[in-house]
Design a protein around this ligand. Structure first.
Ligand SMILES: NC(=O)C1=CN([C@@H]2O[C@H](COP(=O)(O)OP(=O)(O)OC[C@H]3O[C@@H](n4cnc5c(N)ncnc54)[C@H](O)[C@@H]3O)[C@@H](O)[C@H]2O)C=CC1
Ligand SMILES: O=C(O)[C@H]1O[C@H](OP(=O)(O)OP(=O)(O)OC[C@H]2O[C@@H](n3ccc(=O)[nH]c3=O)[C@H](O)[C@@H]2O)[C@H](O)[C@@H](O)[C@@H]1O
Length: 462
């Protein structure tokens, strides 16, 4: 029998919603609080305002069975008062100097403090930081909760709460799977009782015993990494920085492959079979984007600068990534020469498939550069099209890939959506200027098939 926890999740964005829905799914009673009233109204009506496969169904199912609730900022007091555990899952965007902007986390911590001041508790409240925050933020949250208690006239008793770091490793597009079948759960805290309580909260996931209609790849049990606060916070940044570096590494190798006449896909397969390297995140192309790699690598570089440490490897990781975007332009210029007046189709606009997220999407940078060079840029995305049109004024968005290709001098595969991978190449060739140029920014198409259809193929490092 699962011990039921009363859980509050502050921030019903990507991570907050997925966390809330999964905790409800494994048997807890969860209320998500968000300051955005529109978002709360939509969620209360059973509509999930982000595109994440399976999430809406899980939210609706748990809301119907009375284990998942939503409320606006006015509900925060009641949620915190009633909760055993409160997750902080608000956004921590990149500040102007690259560092993580902790103002949302700080505001939530203070509000929690003011609730603690007003209502004495039988058991300490667990305050769990799920937002990605720099090392030291756990202590910062403790300090702000105490400030909140003080300011509201409470005693400032530290015994009223415990802070835990529980970084999130989900990938957009695979979020439910990653949360219910994680590679590991990381918990950082200075309190044994807090860690024990968190272990009980996650027990159904650790033991892989919960109801699910997902197609699982069950693990015998999920490893738990229990550590101090600072290490847990560092694990999150190190994981994202490592993955970004792995991609930049293969992109560097792919550029060398082009020079020496090797095929990066074969090289990646050849090195990836070494268990110490592993085959994933060795996909060369236009590089990494999204809401997290860019901001988290920037935040880690900013921490390094704070300590007067030059993070040469992280600097290079970013430089290589920026160069990959520009390589798209060079490849187009190599075959088309001037891009002024040329029609270029961008296939896939979201920062990766299965998401509508356009944050730091390579497509937007590429569209902007092409526009500034005088090209006419047409973009297609199965999900993110409308939002992309709003973000990129020089980009004309259409909702059919073949409409994007009609009359195009070149097409660039920016995001490897299924709709893009399964393009009818003959039809594409018949619609494009003759011979159409296809720049495969994700090395996702079969070069021979593209050439057989009558198109000119240019991949990355192949
Ligand atoms: N999106 C992702 O794939 C992942 C994100 N993360 C981290 O999780 C954190 C959250 O990220 P996302 O969910 O993507 O952000 P998001 O922008 O999708 O959602 C954040 C939500 O918090 C709400 N919010 C902000 N301040 C608030 C306040 N004071 N009170 C109540 N609600 C408030 C916003 O209205 C928004 O709905 C970030 O630190 C991010 O780095 C970690 C792993 C994966
Ligand atoms: O902290 C976060 O928010 C999350 O960031 C990433 O997840 P996500 O940004 O959703 O996307 P990924 O699947 O990691 O892809 C990131 C970028 O790398 C690119 N990528 C990925 C793999 C690859 O081989 N090559 C490559 O260019 C993708 O196209 C995408 O632009 C991490 O994978 C998650 O573990 C982490 O929780």
């Amino acid at each position: 029998m699962v011990e039921e926890f009363k859980v509050g999740v502050i921030g019903a964005g990507y991570v907050g919603l997925v966390t809330g829905a999964c905790l409800a799914q494994i048997g807890h009673r969860v209320t998500c609080v968000d300051r955005d009233e529109d978002r709360v109204a939509q969620l209360s009506a059973g509509r999930v305002p982000i595109y994440e496969p399976g999430l809406e169904e899980m939210v609706v199912r748990n809301a119907r069975r009375g284990t998942l609730f939503f409320t606006g900022p006015g509900g925060l007091r009641e949620v915190v008062r009633a909760a055993d555990v409160v997750f902080i899952a608000v956004d921590t965007p990149q500040g102007e100097d690259g560092s993580a902007d902790l103002s949302n986390v700080a505001a939530v911590a203070k509000s929690i403090g003011s609730v603690l001041a007003a209502a004495p508790r039988e058991k300490p409240l667990l305050i769990v930081n799920k937002s990605t925050v720099p090392v030291g933020s756990g202590d910062y949250v403790s300090m702000l909760v105490c400030d909140g208690i003080d300011e509201a006239g409470g005693a400032g008793e530290p015994a009223e709460f415990r802070v835990v770091s529980n970084p999130e490793f989900l990938r957009e597009g695979n979020a439910l799977y990653d949360s219910l079948f994680p590679d590991r759960i990381v918990l950082g805290a200075d309190s044994r009782e807090a860690l024990e309580a968190m272990r009980s909260l996650y027990d159904p996931i650790i033991a892989q015993s919960f109801p699910t209609d997902l197609d699982p790849r069950p693990k015998v049990s999920v490893p738990l990494v229990v550590t101090d606060l600072a290490s847990a916070e560092m694990i999150k940044y190190a994981a994202n920085a490592f993955l970004a570096t792995k991609i930049s590494f293969i992109n560097e190798v792919s550029n060398l492959c082009e020079l020496v006449g090797a095929d990066v896909a074969n090289v990646a397969a050849g090195i990836g079979l070494d268990e110490r390297i592993g085959p994933r995140f060795l996909g060369a192309g236009v590089g990494w984007g999204g809401s997290c790699f860019p901001k988290d690598v920037a935040a880690l570089r900013s921490v390094a600068r704070e300590y007067d440490y030059e993070p040469v490897l992280l600097d290079a990781t970013v430089a290589v990534n920026e160069r990959q975007r520009r390589r798209v332009i060079s490849k187009l210029q190599h075959d088309l020469h001037t891009l002024k007046g040329k029609r270029i189709a961008l296939l896939g606009l979201a920062f990766k498939p299965n998401t509508d997220d356009l944050r730091e999407a390579p497509s937007l940078r590429i569209a902007g550069e092409l526009d500034s060079l005088g090209a006419r840029v047409v973009g297609y995305d199965p999900v993110a099209g409308k939002a992309a049109a709003r973000l990129s004024p020089g980009l004309r968005v259409v909702f059919d890939p073949y409409e994007a290709l009609a009359g195009a001098h070149a097409a660039v595969v920016v995001t490897e959506w299924e709709e893009v991978r399964n393009l009818d190449l003959e039809r594409a060739a018949s619609l494009m200027d003759d011979p159409g140029l296809l720049v495969d920014g994700r090395n996702t198409l079969d070069p021979d098939a593209v050439r057989a259809a009558g198109l000119l193929y240019r991949g990355f490092g192949r």
